[in-house]
Design a protein. Structure first.
Ligand code: GLA
Ligand code: ZN
Length: 689
């Protein structure tokens, strides 16, 4: 982070594609009018403009862009400026076929689509560098421009000969000798031993895909290549003298890249959120979005940007459902509540033709001022302007969930105890929702993150232990932290080789147990978790008054020093431990051996986490209500949001209340009750520390 981004206000606006309307100046004029009406203060330009900016090789035409920037800036509207590398012009693909991507079956693509170029191709790199430099020279210190939006939703992979060569070089650097690679990938299996790096090929459905080490390294390599391409673009901008901060927009739960590896290149994280509202209960959708927002914020531990969202529906999901009135504001403010300094849409004006012509937009084909969406976006605009002072405030560190992409890649690739679906997300979400229902903030971390400053860390199904994670977790517990680790953790090492000896590898002392066996359950099967500790002897102060259902995966574990808190109720392992607690240093290490029903997580974390955070302003939220805290030096802001249609009662804790630091409502209305689908923001002065 070299050029930290500090949002001067909460950004409101989004992707704007005037290049599709250059022959219709009256439309562009109308847009400006609507921007003003809806409180749009930021437009993102240039994302897919390459063909308009460089219609022929080396011939740049940037005047139209300059005109648009000037016209929006005349009205005080800021610009996020994109580099156009997300989609290339036809001349580039025709003249230099090497820029076209090759898929895993080794087929080279024809021209078309987007996000489909080879990141290794020296020609692609050079052409991108040229146009990025041109943009940076021309606009890189323009007062309207706030930020670089580098490319668009980096993703995918290329298996062309250039990428194969680069992959081999990367492997050579990683392993040094082919013997070491053979050992780490366990290539003796099925006689897949390599004699030389030159023989290695990327995984393919037509060839090698059984070596998990290869699959994992390929994914790491794809991340490396993509992050390196981002760096290449950033370098081009910097070389041309631009000092503006940089972002790249990420996608929802995207598993093609390890976003954690991009953070050193970014000044601010941004992402695109397209939830399927009304497909299920809104509270579920909200929890899912909340988790993603928290992951994005945690990447840099600073405010992030909501770069794209739809003001109404999308047109690429199986069903394009409209957001019912009120959801736009609720969903938009949810992003802000979780740490976003923006609400940006895709897109401001709906395309007239091609594949996104029916995607929701602020201004639609009808083009008049009397539309529901214009009215609702204007409302969001007003809300953001009232909440302006929240920009830049941070979210306090309280609890964290480990959610590591490399571990997930390896776990999902492994053929193991349940190939018809692993309860990874359910387990993480069970824990997440439990912690959130207690009014706690949750950071979503990976194994590279520092664990300092947290009081409770949950580690659901951390199958692969990356180098050094055991030491970090051990120190965390020793210093007084509470760790909750689950089944199917610490099974393999950094290279996807199974740990030999007792597991979870390297943590058996801290957890006070070892893994014995794991039972995969059919969908129709379940077991029970039965409380066992006699009253007055509850390890960690935790006790349960009832049994809970568990399913999908049940591990048999053997405690050494850990104390058993619950046991299995059924099957041949009935009576064996399913929940244990081990005292370690000043802290506790818990182990949950099976995938539990959601109520369990709520009852468990209520007992575990509640005493750790007596100072939190709300402590027990009804289902579907979220509370989020943001703070700056002067104030704390409490966002209360009700994702249910019915009103909900919320009580604020009175702990340490004094008139100097009373909550006052600065947005929406709140008198102990929140209306259905509504947001209230309360503010209080911070106590001098
Ligand atoms: C993505 C892209 C946008 C647009 C939207 C549509 O997020 O970045 O260009 O295609 O999807 O929802
Ligand atoms: Zn390639």
């Amino acid at each position: 982070m070299n050029h930290p981004f500090a949002a001067p206000f909460l950004l409101h606006g989004g992707d704007y594609n005037p290049e599709q309307w250059l022959d219709a100046p009256e439309i562009l004029e109308k847009d400006l009018e609507y921007f003003e009406k809806t409180g749009i203060n930021t437009v993102t330009l240039g994302i897919f403009s390459w063909a308009a900016l460089e219609p022929e090789e080396g011939c740049f035409q940037m005047q139209w862009l300059e005109d648009v920037i000037r016209r929006v800036w005349d009205r005080g509207i800021h610009v996020i400026l994109a580099t156009p590398s997300g989609a290339r012009p036809k001349w580039l693909a025709d003249r230099y076929p090497e820029v076209l991507r090759t898929d895993a079956s080794r087929r080279r693509a024809l021209f078309g689509g987007r996000h489909n170029h080879c990141y290794t191709s020296p020609i692609y790199r050079e052409k991108v560098r040229r146009i990025d430099q041109e943009l940076a020279r021309r606009f890189g210190s323009h007062p309207a421009v706030l930020l670089w939006h580098v490319s668009n939703e980096y993703g995918g992979e290329c298996h062309c000969p250039l990428c194969q060569e680069r992959f081999r070089g990367w492997l050579k650097e990683r392993y040094g000798t082919i013997e070491r690679l053979n050992h780490q990938w366990n290539t003796a299996f099925w006689s897949h031993t390599y004699q030389d790096f030159s023989q290695v090929e990327s995984p393919s459905p037509l060839g090698e895909h059984a070596l998990h080490g290869l699959n994992l390294d390929w994914k790491r390599f794809v991340t490396h290549c993509t992050a390196d391409f981002l760096d290449w673009e950033v370098k081009a901008l910097r070389e041309s003298g631009s000092r503006l901060p940089v972002t790249a927009n990420f996608m929802y739960d995207y598993t093609g890249l390890n976003y954690g590896k991009f953070r050193s290149s970014l000044d601010v994280v941004s992402w695109d959120n397209y939830p399927t509202w009304h497909k299920g209960p809104e509270a579920d959708t909200a929890a899912d979005c909340g988790f993603q927002h928290d992951r994005m914020r945690s990447l840099l531990g600073r405010p992030f940007l909501l770069m794209e969202s739809s003001p109404s529906s999308t047109n690429w999901q199986p069903v394009s459902k409209l957001r019912k009135p009120g959801i736009l504001e609720l969903a938009s403010l949810q992003a802000v509540a979780h740490g976003s300094d923006s609400v940006l849409y895709f897109q401001l004006r709906q395309s007239r033709g091609a594949s996104e012509k029916f995607h929701g937009a602020v201004i639609d084909h009808y083009g008049g001022p009397d539309t529901r969406i214009l009215k609702e976006t204007a409302q969001v605009g007003q809300a953001l302007s009232r909440l302006r002072e929240v920009a830049g405030s941070s979210v306090p560190k309280q609890t964290a969930i480990l959610w590591d992409m490399e571990s997930r890649w390896a776990m999902e690739d492994a053929q193991g105890p349940r190939n018809q679906g692993l309860p990874h997300k359910e387990t993480a979400m069970g824990m997440y929702r439990a912690l959130r229902s207690l009014g706690l903030s949750v950071d979503i971390l990976d194994m590279e993150d520092s664990l300092e400053g947290y009081r409770l860390i949950a580690a659901p199904m951390q199958y692969l232990f990356r180098e050094g994670i055991q030491q970090k977790l051990e120190a965390f517990v020793r210093e007084g932290g509470i760790l909750v680790m689950t089944f199917w953790s610490g099974v393999v090492d950094e290279n996807d080789l199974c740990f030999l000896g007792p597991t979870p590898g390297g943590l058996t002392d801290v957890l006070g147990l070892r893994f014995c066996e794991i039972d995969g359950l059919y969908d129709w099967e379940s077991n029970r978790m039965v409380p066992v500790s006699p009253a007055g002897e509850e390890p960690g102060g935790v006790s349960f008054a009832r049994s809970y259902r568990c399913s999908q995966l049940c591990e048999r574990i053997l405690p050494s020093s850990a104390r058993t808190v619950m046991t299995y109720g059924e099957d041949f392992y009935a009576g064996e431990p399913v929940l244990t607690c081990n005292a370690w240093g000043k802290g506790q290490a818990w182990y949950l051996a099976a995938a539990a029903e959601p109520d369990f997580y709520r009852d468990f974390f209520t007992q575990l986490a509640a005493p750790l955070f007596p100072e939190r302003p709300v402590s027990d939220l009804p289902e579907g209500v979220e509370a989020c805290l943001r703070e700056n030096d002067a104030y704390q802001y409490l966002f209360l949001q009700n994702f249910r249609r019915e009103p909900a009662a919320v009580s604020l804790s009175r702990a340490g209340s004094d008139p100097e630091t009373e909550w006052t409502c600065v947005f929406g209305s709140f008198h102990g009750v929140l209306d259905g689908w509504s947001t209230a923001v309360l503010r209080r002065k911070r106590r001098p520390s």
